[in-house]
Design a protein around this ligand. Structure first.
Ligand SMILES: *Cc1c(COP(=O)(O)O)cnc(C)c1O
Length: 355
């Protein structure tokens, strides 16, 4: 066995996860169910930690793939699990074997799913990714007639494309299209549409269930809800603290030069850990009470910080992400992306530690 030496870790604060679930619940009517989206290793937070922490705090879980769903069952989760991926012939038996709920988004799915498989129907009301178009209502209705008894059809849902904008008329357009489809189809137990943004920005689309992902992890894409707490903190220890002279250049392409004699702290996290090279020179880290700008290009395994006259001892802890000045929204903006990508691309080699 390789010893578990590591250079940085992700601290996952379970109490913040439950706090965020509670904040989201406070936005909902009494009867509205909560589905927690824990695809992509729970947006990088570790599906095992997150699923266990949310047991009893969520009504449903959702994941992207059958494989993710089976992994979640294997850690003893008993809540219903919705699997977003379109059913594939090679894994249709897994739904019943592991008590998973399929998403039907094409006529062929009605045919390939096994008898009595639980399923929800996805409508493409404007997301333009997966689901039945309003134009397909007649054929969808017919397929429900033919297969409705054979399968266990429980719900109808859609996904918004623009709910992160606070006044998007397209959300209303999508809401109307879903309602139209709903009216022309038989009744289901569950109707839902809201992701995190729609949950926070558009109470009129809550229906009887919401699907929250990013907000659970502490991020509101519209940055209006101030009650959410980032669940993840990325910590590393300084691995070298070295003196360099004024004018000495740092890292590949020599893009940054020391403004004075002073100390360079070398932090053992790089783009192989998921710290995008696009963040080079753009973000700050916290060391004890102080904030320092990272300097020079991020390398595969290291990022550097200039600490001036102060020599910070090797082994001192550095907060790389998740603090006030370096949360995933700030890092996303600094590198031309969104907090979803910052969180979900942290490499699996970085251990996730439950707090
Ligand atoms: C990822 C995803 C969600 C969750 O979205 P958030 O913006 O993270 O709340 C909901 N529904 C579907 C279909 C998704 O793919």
């Amino acid at each position: 066995m390789t010893p578990d030496y590591h250079c940085s870790e992700l601290r996952i604060f379970e109490d913040r996860l439950r706090h965020n679930a509670g904040v989201l619940k406070s936005h909902l009517g009494q009867e509205v169910l909560q589905m927690s989206v824990i695809k992509a290793n729970a947006y990088g937070h570790d599906y095992k930690i997150v699923a266990k922490a949310l047991q009893g705090y969520t009504d449903w879980f959702a994941v992207a793939t059958v494989r993710e769903a089976i992994q979640i069952r294997e850690v003893g989760i008993t809540e219903p699990i919705l699997v977003f991926e379109p059913p594939q012939p090679d894994r249709v038996s897994a739904y019943k074997a592991h008590n998973l709920t399929a998403v039907i988004s094409d006529l062929s799915h009605f045919e390939i799913l096994e008898e009595e498989t639980k399923a929800h129907i996805e409508c493409d009301t404007g997301m333009g990714r997966l689901g039945f178009l309003p134009e397909q209502l007649a054929e969808l209705s017919k397929a429900i007639d033919v297969h409705g008894k054979r399968l266990n059809l429980e719900g109808l849902f859609t996904h918004f494309a623009t709910a992160d904008q606070v006044n998007s008329s397209f959300v209303d357009e999508q809401r109307k299209r879903l309602n139209l489809m709903k009216q022309h189809l038989p009744a289901f137990n569950l109707y839902y549409s809201a992701n995190s943004s729609a949950l926070l920005n558009y109470p009129e689309v809550h229906m009887n269930m919401v699907r929250h992902g990013i907000a659970l992890y502490g991020y509101d894409p519209s940055e209006t809800c101030k009650d959410l707490k980032p669940v993840m903190e990325w910590w590393a220890e300084i691995i070298q603290s070295r003196w360099i002279p004024k004018g000495w250049s740092v890292s590949y392409e020599s893009t940054w030069k020391a403004p004075e004699d002073g100390y360079l702290a070398v932090i053992p996290v790089g783009y192989a850990d998921g710290l995008s090279r696009n963040l080079s020179g753009t973000f700050e880290v916290q060391i004890e009470e102080d904030w320092y700008k990272t300097v020079g290009n991020i390398t595969m395994d290291y990022v550097m910080v200039f600490t001036g006259a102060k020599k910070i001892p090797v082994g001192t802890e550095v907060l790389l992400m998740g603090g006030k000045r370096n949360d995933a929204t700030i890092l996303g903006k600094a590198s031309g992306t969104i907090p979803y990508e910052i969180l979900s691309r942290i490499a699996l080699k970085v251990p996730r530690i439950s707090r």
